[in-house]
Design a protein around this ligand. Structure first.
Ligand SMILES: N[C@@H](CCC(=O)N[C@@H](CS)C(=O)NCC(=O)O)C(=O)O
Length: 138
């Protein structure tokens, strides 16, 4: 099928405009204060909490570092798989409002926001992670 050059250009522009507004709308969605309070309560009440997604390779790497390398017992950490939860998207929006990070995982240790997997791996390599975990695992 032949599509004239001009029409092709217009279609491409429309595609990217729709894509941009779709993303923008998602980012600006209001989060209920109730959800923010709920997420903050979870962070406060769990010494180690990871907001993850089940298919995400960065979340998988974070789990591996915590549970395999650092030998954190499953009972000492809460891992929430946001993609498998009905309110997962809302929780992710609340996390964005709380700590400004758009991607998963979100790692918290003793109430402190560590960051994503990249930051977790950095402090694992430096030995800082093991120091943060020591009082929790004692
Ligand atoms: N630098 C980040 C990368 C994490 C990342 O790209 N995660 C993807 C999923 S695998 C993500 O959150 N995408 C957006 C989303 O799922 O909302 C890290 O090390 O944690």
């Amino acid at each position: 099928m032949h599509i004239p050059e001009n029409l092709r250009l217009v279609l491409i522009i429309i595609f990217f405009t729709v894509l941009y507004y779709h993303r923008h709308k998602k980012e600006n969605k209001m989060v209920a204060q109730e959800t923010i309070d709920y997420v903050q309560k979870l962070i406060k009440e769990n010494k180690i909490i990871v907001f993850a997604k089940s298919y995400c390779p960065y979340s998988i790497a974070t789990r591996r570092t915590l549970f395999n390398d650092c030998k954190v017992p499953q009972s000492k950490a809460l891992v929430l798989e946001l993609d498998l939860m009905q309110d997962g998207q809302e929780i992710q929006q609340a996390l964005l409002a709380i700590n400004g990070q758009k991607t998963v995982p979100h790692v918290y240790i003793a109430g402190e926001f560590i960051g994503g997997n990249h930051e977790l791996q950095q402090i694992f390599q430096s030995g800082e992670l093991q120091k943060k975990l020591a009082p929790i695992l004692a």
